[in-house]
Design a protein around this ligand. Sequence first.
Ligand SMILES: Nc1ncnc2c1ncn2[C@@H]1O[C@H](COP(=O)(O)OP(=O)(O)OP(=O)(O)O)[C@@H](O)[C@H]1O
Ligand SMILES: [Mg+2]
Length: 241
Amino acid sequence: MIRLEGVSKIYRPGREITVPALRGITLEVIKGEFVSIMGSSGSGKSTLMHIIGCLDRPTEGSYFLDDNEISEKGDNDLAEFRNKYIGFVFQSFNLLPRLNALENVELPMIYRGARVSERRKRAAYALEMVGLSDRLRHRPAELSGGQQQRVAIARALVGEPSLFLADEPTGNLDSKSSEEVMGIFRELNEQGITIIFVTHEEDIAAFTKRVIRLRDGLVIEDQKNGEPKADNLKSGGVRAR
Ligand SMILES: Nc1ncnc2c1ncn2[C@@H]1O[C@H](COP(=O)(O)OP(=O)(O)OP(=O)(O)O)[C@@H](O)[C@H]1O
Ligand SMILES: [Mg+2]
């Protein structure tokens, strides 16, 4: 599904300043994998996720998404790939405070010009999948942290992405909400969605079979055959499609 070959990213925040955030990453993720990315602060995790998520391009090297070379595409094409393939969840939820849960989830479809009835229906369904059918009219401030994160997940799911990316999805959550979110991820993965997420916590990474560790913009470890240790989870409330 995704392949990176010698991907580097150098930020140039000032005229004479260069920050090498990624320094030659070669990596392949197959369709249906469930992968966590770990590494200390500043090791390049978010930068890597932005490249995989088509939010940014590598400075050097190639990135292929389903055999399309993303590193050579223009901004419009990048946006199209994002729409077609990718659901992204950020650490800070990014929900609009004045909109209720249903309206927040509808947003990506408004940008795409879907009809009102269609987008209501799909947004309600996405919220049902994350167990929030009884919170459709609540605004973010009227929801718990875990519920807000689930609204953000529903919003990322509403476009039916084949690749689901999350940058520290449990970073702001207590352990119970974190487990709920991981339960949702696991059920999504069982439905065939490829999932890559960043975490600082070993016990959250333990939900996945594969753990990639970064240090100073390099992959220092890629554990592929680990059995997921946290295997006795309750259902996170996701319904099979
Ligand atoms: N837009 C930017 N301009 C300049 N430098 C940046 C930019 N974004 C990130 N960096 C630098 O690139 C390096 C990697 O940053 P990145 O955000 O990928 O780290 P991270 O592993 O996600 O860290 P954290 O765990 O703190 O989120 C850091 O040294 C950071 O300061
Ligand atoms: Mg980061």
